[in-house]
Design a protein around this ligand. Sequence first.
Ligand code: NOJ
Length: 523
Amino acid sequence: MSTHPWWQTTVIYQIYPRSFQDTTGNGVGDLPGITSRLDYLADTLGVGAIWISPFYKSPMADFGYDVADYTSVDPLFGTMNDFDELLDEVHARGMKLIIDWVPNHSSDEHPWFLESRSSRDNPKRDWYTWRDPKPDGSPPNNWVSAFTGPAWNFDETTGQYYLCTFTTKQADLNWRNPEVQEAMLADLAFWLDRGVDGIRVDVAHFVMKDPELRDNPLVEGEPVLNTKDHGEYDLYQHLHDKGHPHNHGLYRDVRALLDSYQPERFSVGEIYIADWNEWASYYGDLDELHLPFNFSLLWAPWTAQGISEEVNTAEAAIPPGGWPSYVLGNHDNNRIATRFGEEQMPIAAMLLLTLRGVPTLYYGDELGIPERFIPPEQQLDPHGRLLPGAGRDGCRTPMQWDSSAHAGFSPDTAETTWLPLADDWAERNVAQHLDDPHSLLNLYRRLLAYRRSSADLQTADYEQLAAPDGCFAYRRGKLIVALNFTDEVIELPFTGEVELSTYPDAEAHAGRLRAHEGIIVAG
Ligand code: NOJ
């Protein structure tokens, strides 16, 4: 019996609910759709946990990350009964369900905000951050929205600005007000009481801001750009609009709430912080978030050196007893198949599933679905509409199940799907991949099965091994993993039996990597 808690040895699969399976024919995925595909997740793939992006009542200004009622299911996605059934069916298959928790902001259509904006002396006025304009009528400070433009929206009725770090329809909650804390934690407890196994915390480090709302200084020199173009946002040092030390108290409270439940509940925070010490501070004394998501592989150069440096730095930054996590793709970043190149997809899969820590696999990456180009004028994503080039629609296209109409995502009767399918869906889909022993999906299946059977891959320490240029090699217990980031043959200093190669043939050899090959060797 493993002495590790379930979340340390699991593999998380992220579902963007609009895009996984549509059962009604309206072109948008729904909760019964996810339930209908659980056998794929549990048996065909064999992942341990599912994280579902928001499905709460929402005007969908940011496709659900604008929550109008934290304890509801949006009718677009189904009903609370559908949710309960999904949860039961997930548990019946021995899997865990992680839901998205969005504490930084609610929708401007949340009843709390409607009250708050109704008058300056409404009891909920202080549940959000309201400030007078400067004497010239401009916003109270220089904070910029993560989606570009001012982070303040002027409200004509009451003559003040409210803070909105994303779209103007996402109003930042004022967590310094104890009533907000109490109400938000009560809404979180609603789901924990229902039996959800964990939460993914949206923009976890944004929640607490500088109480004095001081201006952010400009970046000195060249701004460090993210994988996406954030435009104006990247021109500032975000010293005051996020990352305030008071976040730590909040996550200790959240952890205490999670820890009051049995069996163990889990939290993973969306923490896009480049400074490793600050990033690691969200583990606290192992009394805050169980895991901060580690996104460093998303922006590192895709080379043996670039990736190994990130892994080594992450391993060194994590506090004693802390557990790593790795992400290669999600609903905010361009698809990995397009970023790293199709030929590198097999080693990307092996990397993700053999490093120490919790891997999160984004739906469709197991097929290598490419980024779908969506012209700026057709973007639905608010970020893409505000800032051409930053659009996220291209990584949110419908899941590709088979070669039937709409790739099996929507019923035949559907006129269209909410976003177009990626171009190659007729060949790149689950049904076709299952039939092809060389497919990426079958490699993921082999890797996931191997990981489930290997205590070393689940829990052993990580140690980088010396290897020739172009190869990233590491030890996990008795196993050696070697990955070829190049299109050339690389001779290796290793011996032993190859347990698994990304090439599904009998030619794999511990002493040599073929182009783009990855191997797991029992050393
Ligand atoms: C992070 C989410 O991943 C992203 O999709 C969303 O737009 C912002 N947070 C705002 O909630």
